[in-house]
Write a protein that binds this ligand. Structure first.
Ligand SMILES: Cc1ncc(C[n+]2csc(CCOP(=O)(O)OP(=O)(O)O)c2C)c(N)n1
Ligand code: SF4
Length: 271
């Protein structure tokens, strides 16, 4: 039987605002399939976002939802999880929302290890506001704010998440839909702060300024640039250039989860 996406979507909020061919629809589908796979009731799921094209997701999904301020979604999400730890809290955001204005919150959420899942749509640009450079924009790429090419090196979301102490870290792409669903579900199953980087695209904001203007070209790029972590490790350094590894980079079940130790502390404090 075909998957019933409509059950999880707010029909009265359609049509969505996304450009035809954007990878966000693919990511949303994988996320909904993963939620379904968990067997969660809609009332037990909370989806939180900041601002951006990715940040529109809470408006479209029929769960408990919160559309917050740019960069601050993780703080709202942690607040919800602390007060109602039985809820399944998912945060969705673009690379700008999560790693630029929200970068500080991202690092500390990872360090603290609260049991929520952060799904980061990495389209390497500020999509919603018309294509300004973001921390993950590749070096040399043209954006509205770097018309002669980006001078900065791109930030690696997986490396940041790992360095900050996230206990589950994975990366897939909007081309590899089955794998993406699987990683999101594994992130949901994980007890602790989980991060799934979703390599996607913004063909209208970034692609068209960098010789990749169509959605199809971008899906082709995701197909070829991302290679399994194990295959990447076997490549000599010169052949790794320009490739992006995908896989599960960390699945640490040892580090203690924050709401659990907080509950213990409260019990002790109450005598
Ligand atoms: C405090 C604040 N600063 C700036 C903005 C303008 N703004 C809205 S969305 C956005 C960036 C969106 O890029 P990203 O987070 O990567 O998400 P995308 O649209 O690419 O999914 C910016 C700068 C804002 N809404 N609030
Ligand atoms: S502007 Fe870019 S990120 Fe936003 S919906 Fe269009 S293609 Fe997607």
């Amino acid at each position: 039987m075909a998957f019933d996406y409509e059950y999880y979507l707010r029909q009265d909020k359609m049509p969505h605002i996304w450009c035809p061919g954007c990878g966000l629809g693919v990511m949303l589908k994988s996320m909904l399939r993963a939620v379904h796979g968990m067997g969660w009731k809609k009332d037990d799921v909370v989806v939180v976002s900041g601002i951006g094209c990715t940040g529109r997701i809470p408006g479209y999904v029929d769960f408990n939802t919160l559309h917050t301020t740019h960069g601050r979604a993780l703080t709202f999400a942690i607040g919800i999880k602390m007060v109602k730890p039985h809820l399944n809290v998912i945060v969705v955001g673009g690379d700008g929302d999560m790693l630029a204005i929200g970068g500080n919150h991202f690092i500390h959420a990872a360090r603290r290890n609260v049991d929520i899942t952060a799904i980061v749509y990495n389209n390497e640009i500020y999509g919603m506001t018309g294509g300004q450079v973001s921390p993950t924009t590749p070096h040399g790429w043209r954006t509205t704010t770097t018309p002669y090419g980006n001078l900065e090196p791109r930030m690696d979301i997986v490396e940041i998440a790992m360095g900050a102490g996230a206990t589950f870290v994975a990366r897939s792409t909007v081309y590899h839909t089955g794998q993406l669903e699987d990683y999101i579900k594994k992130a949901f199953e994980h007890k602790g702060f989980s991060v799934v980087e979703v390599l996607g695209h913004c063909h209208t904001g970034l692609g068209r300024r960098n010789k990749r203007p169509s959605a199809v070209q971008n899906f082709q790029w995701e197909k070829t640039v991302a290679i399994p972590l194990k295959a990447m490790e076997k490549l000599p350094p010169e052949k790794r250039e320009g490739k992006i590894p995908m896989g599960i980079f960390r699945d640490d079940k040892e580090k203690v989860e924050y709401t659990e130790i907080y509950k213990e502390l409260m019990k002790k404090a109450a005598g």
